[in-house]
Ligand binder design. Structure first.
Ligand code: SF4
Length: 289
C-alpha cells in the first residue's frame, strides 16, 4: 500500500502528540485491543489478519519532516499498532524509518510486545547516539497460560523484560507498562509482586500501570473469551464491567497494592516525555563528545 502521509497528530496524545504507524491491523492479536475499531473505517473486517503495509513509510516520513520544517518533537512509532508485529520480519520497514529519524535527529518512543526489536539492536544503539530513544513494552501477566489466551502473538513476558534490559544504558529510558491489569486474572498478588520484582531486578527505569478498558464491540467479544477460557472468573469480571467505567472501589484497592509495591521495591519511576529543551541539551552534550 502506498501512503501519502504517515504522521498523525493527536492533541491529547501520550507520551507524544505525533504517531507513526507503519502497519494498520496487528498480528499480535491482543483480544482486549481497543484499536480494533479503527479497521471498520478502512472497510476491513479482521484487525488481526487483514494487515495494511505502508511500504513507502520511510519516504513519506522524509517528505513530511522536510515539508513541516520539523522542530524535532518526539514521535511515537507504533502507537496504534505494534511496529514489530510478525510481518515486519518480511517487510523490514523499521531500519529504513530509523535512517530518516537519524537524519532529522528526532527523538522517538518505541513500544512493542515483540522481541523482534532485537533484530535492530545495533541500529537503535547507533541512533541513540544522536537522538533520544525511549523503549517500552507492556505486560499484562507473567502467567503464560493466561498470556497465550489474551495476547497470543506477543513474546513471552519474561523475554520482553529481558529485551528491555538489553536496552538499559543504550537508550534514554526503559519503561515497563504493567497493562492492562485484567481484574481477577492479572491482579493476583503473585502477578503484581512478580511484575515489580522483575522490573527492579532487571533495572527497568519506569513502571506505569493501567487497568483493562473495554468498549464498543471489543467488550462482548472479550467477555465471551473469558467465559470460554476462564469460566470461574467470568461472573465477577463481567459484573465489574457492567457499566462503561470500572468499579471505583475495585481500582482503589488495587492502586493501594501498587503503591505498596513501589515502596517495597523502591521503584517510583514513571515515564517523562522528552521536551524540546531536553533534546537541545542532549544534542549539545553529544556535540561535546
Ligand atoms: S500489540 Fe497493541 S496494537 Fe497489537 S493487538 Fe496488541 S494491543 Fe493491539
Amino acid at each position: 500500500m502506498q501512503s501519502k502521509t504517515v504522521l498523525t497528530y493527536h492533541s491529547q496524545g501520550f507520551p507524544t502528540n505525533w504517531d507513526l504507524n507503519p502497519y494498520r491491523g496487528c498480528t499480535i492479536g491482543c483480544r482486549y485491543c481497543f484499536a480494533q475499531y479503527s479497521h471498520k473505517y478502512l472497510g476491513l473486517d479482521d484487525f488481526f489478519k487483514d494487515i495494511l503495509v505502508k511500504t513507502n513509510a520511510a519516504d513519506c516520513l522524509a517528505n513530511e519532516l522536510r515539508r513541516k520544517k520539523w522542530n524535532r518533537e518526539q514521535i511515537k512509532i507504533g502507537g496504534t499498532t505494534d511496529l514489530y508485529q510478525h510481518i515486519e520480519k518480511k517487510y523490514e520497514l523499521l531500519p529504513k524509518i530509523y535512517d530518516v529519524i537519524k537524519r532529522y535527529k528526532t527523538p522517538i518512543f518505541l513500544q512493542t510486545k515483540s522481541t523482534l526489536i532485537l533484530r535492530d539492536f545495533e541500529i537503535i544503539r547507533e541512533l541513540s547516539k544522536v537522538t533520544a530513544v525511549d523503549i517500552s513494552t507492556s505486560i499484562s501477566t507473567f502467567d503464560e497460560s493466561i498470556r497465550k489466551v489474551v495476547e497470543p502473538g506477543a513474546s513471552p513476558a519474561i523475554e520482553r523484560v529481558e529485551m528491555l534490559a538489553k536496552f538499559r544504558g543504550v537508550c534514554r529510558s526503559t519503561t515497563l507498562g504493567f497493562m492492562p491489569i485484567i481484574p481477577y486474572l492479572s491482579d493476583t498478588d503473585i502477578n503484581l509482586d512478580t511484575t515489580f520484582r522483575y522490573a527492579k531486578e532487571y533495572g527497568i527505569d519506569n513502571v506505569v500501570t493501567s487497568f483493562l478498558f473495554l468498549r464498543g464491540a471489543v467488550k462482548p467479544k472479550f467477555l465471551a473469551l473469558i467465559k470460554d477460557h476462564f469460566p470461574d472468573v467470568y461472573p465477577a469480571l463481567s459484573r465489574l464491567y457492567e457499566t462503561s467505567t470500572l468499579d471505583v472501589s475495585y481500582s482503589r484497592d488495587i492502586n493501594k497494592k501498587l503503591e505498596k509495591l513501589r515502596s517495597k521495591y523502591n521503584l517510583y519511576g514513571v515515564y517523562s516525555p522528552v521536551t524540546i529543551t531536553d533534546q537541545s541539551e542532549q544534542l549539545s552534550l553529544f556535540n561535546n563528545i
